[in-house]
Design a protein around this ligand. Sequence first.
Ligand code: GRF
Length: 194
Amino acid sequence: MTRRIETAILISGRGSNMAALIEAARAPDYPAHIGLVISDRADAGGLALAREAGVEALAIDAKAAGGRTAFEAALDAALLARKIELICLAGFMRILSPAFVGRWPALNIHPSLLPAYKGLDTHARALADGVSEHGCTVHWVSPELDSGEIVAQARVPVMTGDDPDRLAARVLVAEHALYRSALAQVGRRLLAGG
Ligand code: GRF
């Protein structure tokens, strides 16, 4: 069997980007295997979606774990036990410590054309500025929020009459395609030793 990059996805919510990556990784020539999904919330809808798709899915509650250091130690243990090589954050709403980020290579998807609109409420802020183009970015996770090296971006037009929800829905479609292709690109690079 061809070697693939063993990948875990971290989520906090509905998991539509997670589902897109799991679906992409079904292709025999996809360079990443999704072996594990972890949510920091037990009520994340994505956990059930992952299990339905046959992927192991765990909830690790940060409060129950006893705070960030203990939470990240529990993450470490789960990731090491499955020999994870790469993490994809997909709607994961918790800030990871610089130490954790230094230990694990991780990608994130962010709903804006970074470096514009780091942080939350990106669609409302883009609309308030009257931009004609918005989009999404896959980037490496670095200690500073939404600031790591950019892997890929997709542009989405802003349409007359858009509100944050309509714009978010258009961007989300682009996110799914972008994350699938960015993980494929990164996976191939890692397999080639780069
Ligand atoms: C996406 O818009 C992603 O860019 C942002 O959070 C949202 C997660 O959506 N970081 P989903 O859980 O992947 O459906």
